[in-house]
Design a protein around this ligand. Structure first.
Ligand SMILES: [Zn+2]
Length: 164
């Protein structure tokens, strides 16, 4: 596994069984981590029906981590019924730091990214135009262009904290 791609589910506060098919790890609104149906290793070589389909055009080698939230999100003034919570976001960053360490993944824009960033870099894929993650409800002042680097800084912080 050489990459981590972060998502939101566009669903409710806890994972559904369908969502568990799509991601390797899901974090609920209380910050609890749920394992998906497939292990990350299932995406090392993607066989039909045997891997987590989280990122169109980018599933191979990619660990999919998703926050259970954001159903009916429209924009910062209309965030839907289940905005990402602070505890959920922090738990997600902590999990990504552990995954980066366990799989020896560098916390760089090439290796740790949002689904939105992947789509922007790969306009030929079905991931183009995905909006997860363009907005962070606990940090509403961060622009959509800056969410990815904000996330990487947070993950690096947790990585450093775990070494103490
Ligand atoms: Zn996504």
């Amino acid at each position: 596994m050489n990459r981590i791609i972060l998502h939101w589910t566009a669903g409710g506060p806890v994972p559904t069984s369908y969502e568990k098919d799509c991601y390797h790890y899901l974090i609920d609104s209380l910050g609890r981590v749920h394992k998906g149906k497939f292990k990350p290793e299932a995406n090392a070589v993607c066989k039909k029906g045997m891997y987590a389909m989280h990122t169109g055009g980018g599933n191979t080698g990619s660990i999919g981590v998703s926050m259970c939230a954001m159903a009916n999100f429209r924009n910062k003034n209309n965030q839907g019924d289940f905005p990402i919570t602070k505890i959920q976001f922090e738990a997600t960053m902590k999990l990504c730091a552990k995954l980066a360490k366990d799989y020896d993944i560098d916390i760089t824009p090439e290796m740790v990214m949002t689904h939105y960033e992947f789509g922007q870099k790969h306009p030929e894929t079905t991931s183009y135009g995905k909006i997860d993650i363009i907005f962070l409800p606990p940090y509403p002042w961060i622009s959509k262009e800056d969410v990815g680097s904000f996330i990487r800084s947070k993950i690096r912080w947790y990585e450093g904290a775990s070494k103490e």
